[in-house]
Design a binder for this molecule. Structure first.
Ligand code: GAP
Length: 432
């Protein structure tokens, strides 16, 4: 990692912890590798990402069906899907210190990342988390935590067809947790053991696959732009035939220039009829009065990687003043807090009471509104800039006489005076 990027990563991680976005998992017990906890601002950011995705890809369409399937599924699902046999990474062990690594992620090929000694031969390590279901612990009670949300949709394919009678093409969408026992979780929330996915399985006739692959490619890009991913950092990788997942005939990875390197952000795969065939699922085509196994285009998005890509895309430092001013330039639709309300002076009841009324109205309208009367006004602006709040509204003595407030823009630091009745319209106009 270059020094500049290393610094950027350190700044993002420290901001996340300090300001309540993301904390190390189980921190007071020394943490647990590969797990992170989202604080209030992180949850809000994550929810805004998920809501934007659901609105565009599920609620905004006529041909999509949302589901929320169980995380623990019948183990036969994972046998049929190929995950029991092939969902593994190459594991190597250091011959001296016995630490274990993923072979393809070693800093130097064949050498231990920790002590530099040679590593042994690679063994395949299945990444699914195993647990037991029920009171008896034997091999028949072994179940897995799902490593992808996709199978929760495939197993409900028949239910959706029976309940809604959709015509091809149509899709299913799901947002939910997935679990992978990563050998080397690393890079903050990039590679973790418990994460969230947003996935679409789009069912088509085989002869349409190229058309819909292109279609979903463009939809994915449009959504990334809409939430504010820095598209200069996004690159497409056509996955080589020998590197394709066991179910895929074609995959494009959307990679992102993270501070620690260019890595996969999202994926788009043509899963053929692999999954529905494995689950013995068919579709009755009423137009041709024939049975067929639909093929599948799968756009897949990681929620946590979206959060990280947005943090990296948005982190800015304004150097125009005496002191550097760090801020997150989130789009208002994605920002954890849309606006913050402050009385100019905390200990003046007339300012405070007035500000509480303005706060109440805005909270009713936008929900993501923060009351902030901690420290002096400069400190409040600094804090709100750092968490990416697009507007700060201050109630001062002029407000009491003429009903006007100051509204400050996060990116420029400029302030305007507007009438308190116009605040909602002012924000709505800029949000759209
Ligand atoms: N259903 C297809 C599938 O699961 P994948 O490329 O293995 O494909 C999809 O995962 C997305 O899930 C990735 O593009 C990434 O955004 C996210 N993802 C995968 N493993 C992850 C991990 N260990 N930590 C965080 N996100 C992960």
């Amino acid at each position: 990692m270059q020094e500049k990027d290393e610094k950027l990563m350190e700044k993002v991680i420290s901001l996340c912890k300090r300001r309540g976005f993301i904390y190390p998992g189980s921190e007071i017990y020394g943490g647990l590798a590969g797990t992170w906890d989202y604080g209030p601002l992180g949850v809000s950011l994550k929810n805004n990402i998920k809501n934007s995705w659901w609105k565009k890809f599920v609620d905004g369409r006529e041909d999509m069906y949302g589901v929320d399937a169980a995380i623990i599924m019948n183990p036969s699902v994972w046998k049929a899907s190929g995950h029991v046999d092939t969902f593994s990474d190459p594991l190597v062990e250091c011959t001296k210190c016995k630490r274990r690594f993923r072979e393809d992620q070693l800093k130097e090929k064949g050498k231990c990342d920790d002590c530099g000694s040679p590593v042994g031969e690679a063994k395949q390590f299945n990444m699914m988390f195993r647990t037991q279901i029920g009171a008896v612990e034997d091999s028949s009670s072994t179940v897995y935590l799902r490593p992808e949300t996709a199978q929760g949709m495939f197993v409900n394919f028949k239910n959706i067809v029976d309940s809604f009678h959709p015509k091809l093409p149509f899709g299913m969408g799901q947002i939910g947790k997935a679990f992978r026992n990563e050998i080397t979780p690393r890079d903050f929330i990039f590679r973790v053991r418990e994460f969230e996915q947003m996935e679409i399985e789009y069912f088509i006739k085989e002869e349409w696959w190229e058309k819909y692959f292109e279609y979903w490619h463009d939809e994915m890009i449009e959504w990334m732009e809409s939430i504010g991913v820095d598209m200069n950092r996004v690159h497409e990788l056509e996955v080589e035939k020998e590197d394709l997942a066991h179910y895929s005939k074609r995959t494009i990875d959307f990679e992102f220039d993270f501070p620690f390197g260019r890595k996969e952000l999202y994926g788009l795969a043509y899963r053929t009829d692999f999954d529905l065939s494995k689950h013995n699922l068919i579709y009755q085509d009423e137009e041709t009065n024939s049975k067929l196994v639909p093929h599948v285009i799968e756009p897949t998005f990681g929620v946590d990687r979206s959060v990280l890509a947005l943090l990296v895309s948005s982190y800015k430092e304004d150097e125009s003043g005496e002191e550097s001013r760090p801020y997150l330039s989130f789009k208002p639709s994605i920002a954890p807090v849309i606006c913050a309300i402050s009385p100019l002076l905390k200990n003046k009841p007339e300012l405070r009471d007035y500000a509480r009324v303005v706060y109440g109205n805005l909270k009713n309208e936008f929900g993501r509104v923060m009351w902030d009367d901690n420290g002096n006004i400069g400190k409040r602006y600094r804090r709100q800039d750092e968490i990416g709040t697009p507007w700060c509204i201050v109630i001062d003595f002029d407000t009491l006489t003429d009903g006007s407030v100051t509204i400050r823009d996060r990116d420029t630091g400029k302030q305007e005076r507007i009438k308190k009745e116009d605040i909602i319209e002012y924000i709505k106009e800029r949000m759209n």
